[in-house]
Write a protein that binds this ligand. Structure first.
Ligand SMILES: CC(C)(COP(=O)(O)OP(=O)(O)OC[C@H]1O[C@@H](n2cnc3c(N)ncnc32)[C@H](O)[C@@H]1OP(=O)(O)O)[C@@H](O)C(=O)NCCC(=O)NCCS
Length: 157
């Protein structure tokens, strides 16, 4: 690997990026709802456990963090029977629209399949629908839960 190459890795193999994952996920989804940083720090630490899930994917170029996604048991409390989910998909602004988001989502889904799932779920605001459909995800449900989200599925091939 040269330092110019983008690497997609399991957070377990690059745990020094855990603070970046915590920072991005907290700022994007938890801070606006009043949760302390420590809350998400504990959730991200769970991705370093011995079992295959939960897990986090990191995109980086050498020492530069670029993006992340997670595979977690549940991402929508109104749909507790659906599991596992790809969640917390994030690419830093400077690196967007280069295909990194799509690549991270694909890696996260494959991590779920490798852990034994035959279907993986993902929820998103409807404006993100073209992005996930282009990646091969199927719309499973619209206007789901309190936030009116799309629910997508992807099946192992
Ligand atoms: C959503 C998000 C993860 C996408 O990350 P990304 O790295 O820009 O994703 P990609 O580059 O794979 O695809 C994004 C778009 O760029 C396009 N694209 C990909 N490679 C491209 C290239 N080389 N040149 C131009 N456009 C390109 C894709 O077709 C896609 O278009 P679409 O938005 O019309 O579907 C990113 O915008 C983000 O972090 N947003 C904030 C958090 C968020 O909303 N997360 C999703 C929660 S559901």
């Amino acid at each position: 690997m040269t330092r110019d190459e983008i690497t997609i890795a399991d957070l377990r193999t690059v745990p020094h990026f855990a603070a970046d994952v915590v920072d991005r996920v907290w700022r994007a989804w938890w801070k606006p709802r009043g949760f302390p940083l420590k809350h998400i720090a504990n959730l991200v630490r769970d991705n370093l456990g011995a079992g295959p899930l939960p897990s986090a994917i990191v995109a980086h170029r050498g020492p530069t963090f670029m993006g992340t996604a997670s595979v977690i048991a549940s991402d929508m409390e109104e749909r507790p029977h659906l599991t596992p989910w790809v969640a917390a998909v994030w690419v830093d602004q400077a690196f967007r629209r280069q295909g990194i988001g799509g690549t991270i989502v694909g890696h996260a889904a494959r991590a779920a399949f490798a852990a034994g799932a035959d279907t993986v779920y993902l929820c998103a605001v409807p404006t993100k629908r073209p992005f996930y459909q282009r990646l091969g995800w199927s719309l499973h449900e619209q206007d789901a839960g309190d936030h009116g989200l799309d629910v997508f599925t992807l099946k192992a091939t």
